[in-house]
Design a protein around this ligand. Structure first.
Ligand SMILES: [Zn+2]
Length: 273
């Protein structure tokens, strides 16, 4: 994989993980990103088709066999990726039976994909069924959003509407709303399955007292979705620190007008008509 370190894809992931760290959403080794690449995108870098290592994974994703993912490494710190991309990132190809990945580039100190990689793969599969352009899964720990999972009911409709009403942009960016799973142990197949199930309806899923899983058709789209959700959560938090005595807000009727104007469909049943 000649010059892959200089590719646009590595630069995009290195830059966005640095941004996520700068926001304070990926302390220590928190967070993980996976980015699906096509054969055509990888081909210019394939001087030899040498597999560096074969790494077992904890799930079986047969439908993704042959698919390439640029993924962050387990235990790696987002703040370091920009300086050490070849150590902290890996380009893997899902191998036979979907029970292994072939390492094509990166993880040059013996590293391996994030422990959340099975959850990412389940998420990619689910989102690809909704939208063939889907290619990024991003997980991080946005501060204000996590704080809201302590004080707000973990009900998707209520939580979504609270965030929709915090700024005009919210409904336009996540008209389908936000999914929420119960608190679960991370890095397990169970949390992967629960998250993937929510990704059938939503492009983002809250992990209470932990963070968010978001998907997108590009690095920018997944990051932009998280940014918008966290901004709404930050405004909600600021409103509370100002006393929480709301004098006016965006009404359901105004949200419906907004949806019509921007050509988006709000989650059915969330808004009064
Ligand atoms: Zn996490």
């Amino acid at each position: 994989m000649n010059r892959f370190v200089d590719s646009l894809y590595v630069r995009e992931v290195a830059k966005i993980t640095d941004k996520l760290y700068q926001h304070g959403w990926d302390e220590r080794n928190g967070g993980n990103v996976s980015y699906r690449l096509t054969k055509e995108e990888v081909k210019p870098y394939e001087d030899t088709c040498e597999v560096l290592r074969r790494i077992p994974i904890a799930c079986s994703e047969e439908q993704l066999v042959g698919t390439y993912f640029l993924v962050t490494g387990t235990g790696r710190y987002f703040r370091n990726i920009i300086d050490f991309p070849e150590r902290d990132l890996g380009l893997v190809r899902i191998a036979e039976n979907g029970k292994y990945v072939d390492l094509m580039w990166g993880f040059n100190d013996g590293g391996r994909p994030t422990s959340e990689f099975p959850t990412h793969l389940m998420g990619h599969q689910t989102r690809l069924k909704q939208n063939k352009a889907q290619r990024v899964i991003m997980h991080c720990h946005p501060t204000h959003l996590i704080a809201m999972t302590f004080t707000q009911p973990l009900d998707e409709k209520t939580f979504t509407k609270t965030l929709w009403k915090m700024q005009t942009e919210s409904l336009v960016v996540f008209p389908e709303g936000i999914g929420i799973i119960p608190w679960m142990v991370p890095g397990t197949i169970a949390i992967g399955q629960a998250t993937a199930q929510k990704l059938e309806q939503f492009s983002s899923v809250i992990w209470p007292q932990h963070g968010i899983f978001a998907s997108g058709s590009s690095i920018d789209e997944a990051f932009g979705l998280i940014e918008t959700i966290e901004k709404a959560a930050q405004i909600w938090t600021t409103v509370q620190t100002q006393g929480g005595n709301i004098k006016q807000t965006i009404t359901d009727r105004e949200l419906n007008d907004l949806a019509r104007a921007f050509g988006v469909t709000p989650h059915p049943g969330y808004l009064e008509v």
